[in-house]
Design a protein around this ligand. Sequence first.
Ligand SMILES: *[C@@H]1O[C@H](CO)[C@@H](O)[C@H](O)[C@H]1NC(C)=O
Length: 331
Amino acid sequence: MKVARICLLLHVLSTTCPLVNAFDPVTTTVVVGIGATLGRKIYNYFHESCDSKWIAFNATALEADLNRKLFGQHIASRIILKAVNGFMNNDNPKKPLVLSLHGWTGTGKNFISKLIANNIYKEGTKSSFFHLFASTYHFPHSSQYLHYKSQLQQWIKGNVSNCERSMFVFDEMDKMHPGLIDGIKPYLDYYDKLDGVSYRKAIFIFLSNAGSDKIDQTALDFWKAGQNREEIELKDLESLLSLSVFNNHQSGFYRTSLIDKNLVDFFVPLLPLEYQHVVQCTMAEMRARGMQPDQSLADKVAKDLLYFPKSERVFAVTGCKTIESKLDYYL
Ligand SMILES: *[C@@H]1O[C@H](CO)[C@@H](O)[C@H](O)[C@H]1NC(C)=O
């Protein structure tokens, strides 16, 4: 009796009241379906994905960044722009882009990687497609290199499988175990695919101090001869650089065949920075902090740094590296 009454009530409601009507199976499916699609749309809108919404190379912005934010590196600026431009505009590259950046601390190696990432990924270096490895941090124990090697290979494979436009930066390349460098080698080569994965749209950047002494010597020779630093050309450094990297027993590089097999597309030398460049970096930092650039304050910061060689005091030992904390100190 009771059950029959409830049934009757439901029946009456379901035909007269649209609210109850909405709960029939078909409507429910439609409503849930729309909800899921909407949910996915909202998720995709905020969540980084491997498509042109999140990955869009901006050549003009990279050029502007290199001109306005990187100081004293006319050779590096030119190579980076050409190399990255050419690679990103090629829909069918034959191999990944491999850059090897050489110079002392504070000359802009990390900074250049950051500028490249910022102009490829909407999320910049925070992108889940950008990967930075520092030898002494990620691979500290040389006895464990076999473990690191298989882990690193899995990471590279896993990430490139997720997104072919992945970027890998290896800091302190000269401190990396030769076995580890060997482990990366296959991904840099002219393979169509390795185990079904194509690495040809990825970017690999190696940072190191190797060859810096040769770069510095060349810069100093120019300075001593009264020649403008802008007159230094890549050809003045390129052969020196690959030779010294190759012969340097301190660096793991020479034992591997990265250079032998021409897997590195571009050697990018970074020149030691002079007083005027440190001043420029400091002014840029003030601007970045939303301050009014203050020349006399920038001079104070620059004067506070050490310069080499001892007698001439031409180049800043730590380049633009420590200016942030120096600026904090003077503010
Ligand atoms: C991608 O690389 C990161 C390291 O940067 C690693 O933690 C992660 O597991 C990798 N992802 C895949 C799918 O292998």
